[in-house]
Design a protein. Structure first.
Length: 301
């Protein structure tokens, strides 16, 4: 029997006849980071688990394995050990933009799995360890302490289980993070909470707003952008436009050219470490604190 490939566009079809003979589920190793697994692959596996499918799941990367181990009783095994035939292969469709109704289903599923037990009270700062690292993160921590009179909690998501990530975001009244896949977890935040998303230079990707909008309630999403620091310009080609035009000329497809340009910009700027403007950061935090205080007053009026 041929292997069956599923993407997020085929989640509603009935494969019950095939499932009876399947030897395992392979989560494609091209699935990318947590973002793509949550928005494109988890929804498929939830549908399969709803059918009480009890066969091994094969995947890669330790922190991705933890995601699947958190919500399935199926055995999760290394990708390299998967059989060659009679497999359900779950692939990301590459869209990166899930449907809101699918996000709501994912959120509801994990809220039932990990119920909320208390109002949100923590302030979380997400720490990146590979790229897009915030150089002055300790200074930001001190600013948070001064404004909120609370010790913020540093987390490195890939070092903890997915269940721990969900519960940490459920308990957070404010999450501060550089733009990145860890913000996928904003999907699990409670209403009347806040997110301060710190963008590196030349990055204005608003993909995580989709997670926040999926919640239906009032989540305050604050965006802080950053310019390229003059002293850093010497690290990059003197004539950036000329550099980009060389690569644009390699394809006649406008969409492909746009994709190439974005990739180059990512390599040159948006994936580099950056320093957060502390004055703007402090002003944003003061506004967020006023918003939180006003919400508390409304709740107890």
């Amino acid at each position: 029997m041929d292997n069956l490939e599923l993407t997020s566009f085929s989640t509603n079809d009935d494969y019950s006849g095939y499932l009876k003979n399947a030897k395992g589920i392979v989560i494609s190793k091209t699935g990318g980071c947590l973002y793509h697994h949550i928005c494109e692959m988890v929804q498929i596996l939830i549908n399969l688990c709803d059918k009480k499918l009890d066969i091994p799941i094969y995947t890669n990367k330790i922190h991705i394995n933890r995601l699947y181990e958190s919500f399935t009783t199926n055995q999760v095994l290394p990708f390299k050990d998967s059989p060659e035939d009679n497999l359900i292969i779950i692939k990301n469709d590459g869209s990166g933009y899930p449907l809101i109704e699918n996000l709501k289903k994912i959120r509801e599923y994990f809220y039932n799995l990990f119920p909320i037990k208390s109002p949100p009270k923590d302030i979380i700062i997400v720490v990146r360890t590979h790229y897009r690292i915030i150089d002055n993160i300790e200074s930001l921590k001190n600013i948070v302490k001064n404004i909120f009179d609370i010790e913020p909690i540093f987390i490195i998501p890939e070092n903890i289980t997915f269940e721990e990530q969900v519960k940490i975001f459920q308990n957070a009244k404010l999450v501060i993070a550089a733009h990145g896949a860890a913000l996928t977890n904003t999907l699990f935040m409670q209403e009347n909470t806040s997110v301060l998303e710190l963008y590196p230079p030349l990055n204005e990707d608003l993909c995580y707003i989709r997670y926040i909008s999926a919640i239906d309630k009032n989540i305050n999403h604050v965006k802080q952008y950053h310019e390229i620091e003059p002293e850093n310009m010497s690290k990059y080609p003197e004539d950036l436009n000329q550099y980009l035009n060389i690569h644009r000329s390699r394809t006649s497809n406008p969409e492909r050219a746009k994709f190439i340009q974005r990739g180059i910009m990512d390599c040159l700027f948006t994936d580099k470490n950056f320093k957060v403007d502390e004055r703007v950061f402090e002003e944003n935090l003061k506004n967020i604190k006023n918003s939180i205080d006003n919400q508390i007053e409304l709740l107890y009026d």
